[in-house]
Design a binder for this molecule. Structure first.
Ligand SMILES: Cc1cc2nc3c(=O)[nH]c(=O)nc-3n(C[C@H](O)[C@H](O)[C@H](O)COP(=O)(O)OP(=O)(O)OC[C@H]3O[C@@H](n4cnc5c(N)ncnc54)[C@H](O)[C@@H]3O)c2cc1C
Length: 511
């Protein structure tokens, strides 16, 4: 597989070694497990022996963080993604327990758990989702009450990947019902609950689409007594602990579909080379070549995005937008690539004799697990609007005398003096000419005139009372937008001021 110029020699070596392991050992084991519907224990042991679980764990705790880091964990997730359910066990252990202990755990917690997690002697899992709390995870109900040396935990979690197989469950619980705590997201606490804790049990193992043999469970907590020393990051800090882990969770989850895409493309390509219809291979039909071209493009674009994000994370940069974008793009590209691979293979594509139909089913999971595509879009919209605020500012435009059309002017100087409400009305009427149909924000007005909020709002009130302007208030009852009414537009200027007729229109047609 191709590396990237910024990878270190260790990361390149990791790619070669992990690819060899995947081809020679992991994929055969994993595919067999799928037919047998068995958890891929043997493959987990192989990757544990190769040190994969320690990719993000510092060397002093037995890991390979300096050598491999987040980039290395993505390289390994890509390879594990080629081996079906193995990817879920691998990524879940890194994002459930390992990351939280690493970033928010005490020294004692690190020493107790990280060396065993690094060796794969302990597997992690992440317990957030509940029957009545999915995307809206802050509303989770599983509670923990502090009693001496323990927290007493009660509740149910569901959709827990790799649960039953895992040893450490990074569990988020509600420790406060105070409305002030809820508002400030101080109502949650993260706590490691260990397999074998009395009162902690598997309620149900879900049978799900794709990933046969991988566990996905409902978990029950019936007065489970968990030592207070298992709290990660302190009581009331659960939301912050959860949020800190999300970037790594998203970029690793994004790397998994890369593996599925690779396998789907590989089967499609080889099938096209070997299938003859109408006297030619189906691979020589340009429609199928275009499909492969789209698959290659989506795969390589996803890789670029993911490994760039991982690189930035390894540099210590915060990558919330990049991680969300990686997860969204890769999971959507993954399903599209798998669907097209099936199509290239015709009937063979949907037969279980080839792995492509399973890959297609697994790809759908990626658009839901670790944050749905809709929630990711919501986040990208919110974060992107703030991130790009500077380049998304409304351009200040004026009617150019020569071309008689609105043109942006780079430099806005507050040239106009405002002496009464008529000046504001003129400004609003001018906006009708320059930005037809749009209101002005108070900021737009203050960009061009020197006026304080108090005077501006009082002039706007006067104009509104006269029916010449209209204010639009947001949900907090603050004036946010304003426009001239049609009466106000007429009042501000004579009709010919607004008139614009292009030269090419014959005069006889104008009235
Ligand atoms: C395969 C798999 C593995 C999983 N593994 C784990 C795990 O290991 N640990 C764990 O804790 N959880 C896990 N989950 C749970 C997963 O995180 C949730 O399924 C996911 O967050 C969505 O929650 P939900 O299923 O309750 O859907 P809901 O929240 O009920 O959403 C239903 C639909 O409504 C949309 N929607 C909801 N709110 C909004 C909104 N405000 N705006 C726009 N659209 C919205 C969603 O995008 C979705 O399309 C797993 C899920 C799957 C499918």
């Amino acid at each position: 597989m191709h590396d990237f110029p910024w990878w270190t020699d260790s990361q390149r070596a990791l790619m070669d070694d992990s690819q060899k392991l995947a081809d020679e050992v992991l994929i055969p084991i994993a595919e067999k497990c799928i037919y047998k519907k068995a958890f891929p224990w043997e493959a987990v042991k192989e990757i544990a022996a190769a040190g994969w679980f320690g990719a993000t764990i510092p060397e002093e705790y037995g890991g390979h963080q300096r050598e491999w880091g987040v980039t290395g964990a993505c390289i390994l997730s890509e390879q594990a993604g080629r081996a079906g359910a193995l990817a879920a066990a691998y990524v879940t252990s890194i994002i459930g327990a390992t990351q939280q202990i690493l970033h928010d755990g005490s020294e004692a917690q690190k020493e107790k758990w990280l060396p065993k997690l690094a060796k794969g002697e302990l597997l992690g899992s992440i317990s957030m989702t509940e029957p009545y709390a999915g995307s809206d995870i802050a509303s989770l109900e599983t509670s923990a009450v502090h009693e001496g040396e323990f927290y007493v935990v009660n509740g149910i979690k569901r959709f827990q990947t790799s649960a039953a197989a895992a040893d450490l469950y990074m569990t988020y619980v509600k420790t406060s019902s105070d409305s002030h705590d809820r508002k400030s997201y101080r109502h949650l606490t993260g706590i490691i609950i260990e397999k074998g804790t009395p009162g902690f049990s598997v309620e149900r193992i879900n049978e799900w689409m794709g990933s046969e043999g991988m566990y996905n469970c409902y978990l029950r907590f019936d007065n489970a007594r968990v030592p207070t020393e298992n709290v990660i990051g302190g009581e009331g800090n659960g939301w912050q602990v959860m949020m800190r882990g999300l970037n790594i969770e998203r970029v690793l989850s994004a790397a998994v579909p890369l593996g599925g895409m690779r396998e789907a493309m590989r089967y499609a390509r080889q099938h096209l080379e070997r299938r003859v219809q109408f006297g030619q291979t189906t691979g020589s039909i340009s429609v199928n070549q275009f499909k492969l071209a789209d698959m290659y493009s989506k795969f390589q674009l996803a890789r670029l995005l993911i490994y760039y994000t991982a690189y930035c994370a390894d540099l210590g940069r915060d990558v919330p937008i990049e991680a969300a974008l990686s997860k969204l793009f890769s999971s959507e590209a993954g399903l599209e690539v798998a669907l097209e691979a099936v199509q290239c293979m015709g009937g063979n594509g949907v037969m279980k004799i080839y792995p492509v139909e399973r890959i297609m089913r697994e790809m759908k999971l990626n658009q839901i697990a670790a944050g749905t595509s809709e929630i990711l879009r919501l986040l990208i919209y919110r974060m992107g609007t703030a991130f790009f605020a500077n380049i998304l500012k409304m351009p200040h435009r004026i009617i150019d005398e020569e071309v008689k059309r609105p043109l942006p002017i780079g430099n806005t100087s507050k040239s106009r003096l405002v002496s009464n409400e008529t000046d504001i009305l003129k400004l609003l009427a001018e906006n009708y000419r320059v930005n037809p149909g749009l209101h002005m924000t108070l900021g737009d007005i203050k960009q061009v005139v020197d006026i304080n909020d108090e005077d501006l709002l009082s002039y706007l009130d006067v104009l509104e009372n006269k029916g010449l302007a209209q204010q639009w208030q947001n949900r907090k009852s603050q004036v946010e937008l304003v426009k001239a009414t049609l009466t106000g537009i007429k009042e501000a200027n004579p009709p010919e001021y607004y008139r614009y007729i292009p030269d090419w229109v014959p005069e006889k047609d104008i009235f």
